[in-house]
Design a protein around this ligand. Sequence first.
Ligand code: GLU
Length: 443
Amino acid sequence: MSVVTRFAPAPTGRLHVGNIRTAVHNWLWARKHGGRFLLRLDDTDRERSREEYAAGISEDLAWLGLAPDEEHRQSARFGRYEMALARLREAGRAYPAYETAQELELKRKVQLGRGMPPVYDRAALDLTDGDRARLEAEGRRPHWRFRLDHDAPIKWNDLIRGLQHFDPALLSDPVVRREDGSWLYMLPSCVDDIELGVTHVVRGEDHVTNTALQIQMFEALGAPPPAFAHEALLVGSEGKLSKRLGSLGVDAMREAGIEPAALVAKLARIGTSLPVEPVISAAPLIESFDFATFGRAPARFDLDELAGLSAKIVHQLPFDAVAERLPAGMGPADWLAVRPNLRKVGEAGDWWTILHGHVETKAAEEDRPVVAAAVEAARGIDWAAEPWRQLVAAVKERTGASGKSLFLPLRRALTGRDSGPEMAALLPLIGRDEAVARLEAAL
Ligand code: GLU
C-alpha cells in the first residue's frame, strides 16, 4: 500500500508555525515511503475562505520546498458530501435535528447544572414525521447529525499517543451540516480521506476527539479508517500557548530573513527525541523521520533559536542556492568570503558595499604608523598570492606591531568596520588599487 498523506489547512489566513509543522511531518512521512503528499484546502466556509489565502498557502509551501503532489478543494466536492450524507441517512446513521443554538445552549446549561456531561440528548431521534412537518411549517430548517453507535467502543492505536479509547456514549452526535446547507469540517474530511486514498492522517492533538467521531464515520461509510498520528501542540518559549506564536506567519518569517531550510529542520525535529540540526538538505530529515521519536509533551518553539539555526544554515549555503538573492555582480568568491559572517542572506548586500563600494575612514593617531606602513607594503606585495598574509608580515616587520594593534587598524582602514569576515578572504576581493586607495585615504 502506497502512503498518502494530506495537509488540510482552511484558507482563512496565512500559514503559521503550528500548521506548517503538520505540513512538514505529512510531507516527510510521504517522502520517506515514496508516497504522495496532498494539499487539501478546507474551504467549506465560503465567507471566511479567500483566494488570496489559498495562493498564500501554495506560495509558502513552495518556499519551504514542500510542494504537494496533488491539490484538492473541498468547495469543489460538495456533491460528494451530499451523497455521503444520503448514504448515512439511508443506513440510519444521520438524522435531522431542529433545535436552535439557544435551545441547545439551554440544554447544556441544565446538564452541567445537574453535574452531567453536556452530551446531546438525541431528542431529535424521537420526532415523528408529523413533528418534523410541523417544525418545517413553522419555518425551521434542520441541521444534520451523525448518529454514533453507542455499542461500538472506539479504539485506535495512535502512532504517537499509543492506544486510544473513547466511549461513544459520552460524545454528542456531531453536527455535520448546518441549517443553511453549509458543511462542518467533520464529514467532508472523512469523505475526502476515503476518496483520495489517504493512508495516514497526521495532525495536532486538538483533533483527537474528532478522530474518535470520524473513526465511526469511516466505518459507517464502509471504509477502513486510515492510521492516525496526533502530535503534541507547540507552545511559545514562555511556556504557555502563545498568541504571538499562533500568529507567527510563514510570510513574516520569510521577510525576517529566516531560511526555509531552517524552518523545515526545526519543525521536523522539535518535540522529538532527535536533535535539531542545521541541515541544508531534507534528506537526513526524511531518513530519520519516525513517529516513535515524538514526545507527548507540548514542544517549545523559540524564535531566537530558529534565528540561530538559520544563521548556521546560511553559513553552509552554496552560491547557487543564494545567487538570485544577492546584489547583482556578487560572485561565488564574494559569497564564500562573507558567508561565515552573515546571519541572513540579505546582509550580504552590506558586505558587498564594503567590498566594492565607497569606504573611507580616518585612522586614529596611534594607528597611523601601521596604516602608513601598509600603504608602502601594499604597493610591493604580490597580489596574486595570499596578499593579506604578505601585507601583515611586511607591516609587522616595518612597525613591530603585532596582534590586535596590527590587525585592527588595517581592518578598519580597509573595511570601515571593527569586525567581519576573514581579512584573508576579503582583501583579494577588494583588490590592490582599491586597497591602496583606502589605506591612503585613512591617513
Ligand atoms: N482543516 C482542519 C484544520 O486545519 C484539518 C484537520 C485535519 O487535518 O483533518 O484543523
